[in-house]
Design a protein around this ligand. Structure first.
Ligand SMILES: C[S@@+](CC[C@H](N)C(=O)[O-])C[C@H]1O[C@@H](n2cnc3c(N)ncnc32)[C@H](O)[C@@H]1O
Length: 282
């Protein structure tokens, strides 16, 4: 996976930049996200999210933290010409790629914590694989609830907690043994939102009544164990905090730990569990 924030790239740029500026990634990273990570991982959840949210012809839909726009594209095909879709993201490079792939959709640069839309502007607000990265999740969900019309739907998909991840759990435990506890927290940013009880509280506090909670098992794919380790380590600051020897050992030992998910051609295919939630604005 990739945080979609460019990981180490954006972090190296943060010292003098403001919050929006600091999140920017190079266009090459956004192109790689669209070419490799969207087909390999992110695309599979978009139709499920749209279905659970009940996206239908004529709806006005917002895709929050749209990245290169896979959810917005999926929704646009469902709402058709009578509907509208807007994709919003902090990252300009992500939006540039989104606009190249689907120039007919409206792409807006902005922050999930300060949505630049009027109250009740959308029938449906979607957010895929991003809630866990927001600095203020209650505020972001509050904003999603504000811009959806009364009776409208807010739907999110987030990875389930680490304990439910049959491949990531042993990999993160291995990294902890080799590189120390800091490695565990750096590699688990994806899974911090995966507790159903906490998520339910978050939605209810934002004035959203949950109608659908679905646990969905999809797949995580990588061309090889080594490619998976590279992606996971190098999209976090861990890569800057471990020695070359430690990194080598992690790569070597990962081959054993991830063997149950390694295919005869050397590629990696593992189950990956997510929570999909759809809620109605009171
Ligand atoms: C893992 S990507 C997911 C992108 C897209 N939803 C998908 O499924 O492909 C996470 C996205 O969240 C965006 N993001 C992170 N924080 C954000 C914020 N505060 N406001 C808007 N977008 C944000 C990143 O720029 C990145 O594009």
């Amino acid at each position: 996976m990739l945080e979609g924030s460019g990981g180490a790239h954006h972090r190296r740029m943060t010292s003098t930049a403001g919050p929006t500026e600091s999140f920017q990634i190079p266009i090459e990273a956004a192109e790689r996200y669209e070419a490799a990570f969207v087909p390999g991982f992110f695309a599979q959840w978009a139709p499920i999210l749209c279905e659970v949210a009940g996206v239908a012809e004529g709806h006005d839909v917002l895709d929050v933290a749209c990245g290169t726009g896979i959810v917005a594209r999926t929704a646009a095909d469902l709402v058709g010409p009578p509907g509208t879709v807007v994709g919003l993201d902090l990252n300009e490079a992500m939006l540039t790629v989104a606009g190249r792939v689907r120039p007919d959709i409206e792409w807006r640069q902005g922050d999930a914590m300060r949505l630049p839309f009027a109250d009740g502007a959308f029938d449906t607000v979607l957010c895929q694989m991003a809630l866990m990265f927001f600095a203020d999740r209650p505020r972001a969900l509050g904003e999603m609830a504000r811009v959806v019309s009364p009776g409208g739907t807010v739907a999110v998909v987030v990875p389930s907690a680490l304990d439910a991840q049959v491949m990531f759990k042993p990999f993160v435990e291995l990294a902890g043994r080799i590189a120390g506890p800091e490695a565990i927290s750096l590699l688990t940013a994806y899974f911090v939102c995966g507790d159903l009880g906490e998520l339910t509280n978050l939605f209810e506090s934002a004035g959203l009544r949950i109608g659908v909670r679905r646990s969905v098992v999809g797949s995580y794919r990588a061309p090889s164990v080594d490619a998976a380790v590279t992606t996971e380590v190098e999209s976090t600051p861990l890569v800057e905090r471990i020695s070359a020897t430690t990194y080598r050992q992690l790569r070597d030992d990962a081959v054993d730990v991830l063997r149950p998910f390694t295919q005869p051609d050397g590629s990696l295919v593992a189950p990956f569990k997510c929570l999909v939630i759809a809620a109605t604005r009171n």
